[in-house]
Write a protein that binds this ligand. Structure first.
Ligand SMILES: Nc1ncnc2c1ncn2[C@@H]1O[C@H](COP(=O)(O)OP(=O)(O)OP(=O)(O)O)[C@@H](O)[C@H]1O
Ligand SMILES: O=C(O)c1ccc[n+]([C@@H]2O[C@H](COP(=O)([O-])O)[C@@H](O)[C@H]2O)c1
Length: 203
């Protein structure tokens, strides 16, 4: 099967995450998209992150009715800093029959040179990058450091996809909840209800 691997903190999952996943599913003809919540995202040290059980539960609620969207808790189970290269190696070993696509927003691509073993990421999966907000694809200059590590040939293999630009981040959602503002229509209704019922993100 063709599988999209979509890692994130998902604190909480929001509609732009789902639109990104659906855009990739459709345009790359993926059989499944696996949402992989990070236990400890490498670039957010010291950030207070909601307990994994809540982030997983919200993801599960968000994908109800989409049988091709799954929640893959492999990074939560590892319980260490969630390096994507480790996850790709583990999933490739567990599922050698699948073809993997690593899905991410454009902001992640511009930071990829700072990730663990960027070169190996390109060997383990096909990268698919989607615009974040209305920004065009990252400019050539933005990827200079990545190019110097992985080379031009690897960069040329990146698939660039477009989704409707959504100016939405989990940070804004958490702030809205903390300040008593509405998040209606920014997350699935069931996720909003979960946040309310469990008093998540209250200041
Ligand atoms: N609005 C968006 N449009 C496109 N991609 C997005 C958007 N929000 C998040 N992503 C992508 O989803 C992935 C996971 O993002 P993450 O879970 O960190 O969400 P976030 O909204 O950026 O969170 P936070 O605000 O807490 O940093 C990243 O690859 C990121 O680029
Ligand atoms: O492997 C790395 O070095 C690495 C560095 C930064 C981020 N990531 C992954 O990228 C995904 C999105 O990260 P974030 O911080 O935007 O939620 C998430 O799955 C992280 O584990 C991975």
């Amino acid at each position: 099967m063709r599988i999209g691997l979509y890692g994130g903190t998902f604190d909480p999952v929001h509609l732009a995450h789902l639109v990104l996943a659906e855009t990739c599913r459709e345009k790359l003809q993926l059989d499944q998209v696996w949402f992989i919540p990070a236990y400890q995202p490498p670039h957010k040290p010291g950030r207070v992150i909601l307990e994994p059980k809540h982030r997983i539960q919200m993801l599960k609620l968000a994908v109800v009715g989409m049988p091709c969207f799954k929640v893959e808790p492999v990074e939560i189970q590892r319980g260490e800093i969630s390096y994507t290269v480790d996850t790709l190696r583990q999933l490739r070993q567990l599922h050698p029959q699948h073809e993997f696509f690593l899905l991410m927003g454009a902001d992640s691509l511009t930071m990829l040179h700072t990730w663990k073993e960027p070169q190996a990421l390109f060997e383990l999966a096909t990268l698919a990058v989607v615009n974040r907000g209305k920004e065009p694809a990252p400019a050539v200059g933005d990827l200079a450091e990545l190019r110097s590590i992985v080379g031009e040939v690897a960069l040329a293999k990146i698939l660039h996809l477009r989704m409707p630009g959504m100016d939405l981040s989990a940070t804004t959602l958490r702030e809205n909840v903390a300040q008593g503002r509405s998040i209606r229509f920014l997350v699935p209704r069931a996720v909003e209800a979960y946040i309310e019922a469990n008093h998540c993100y209250r200041s």
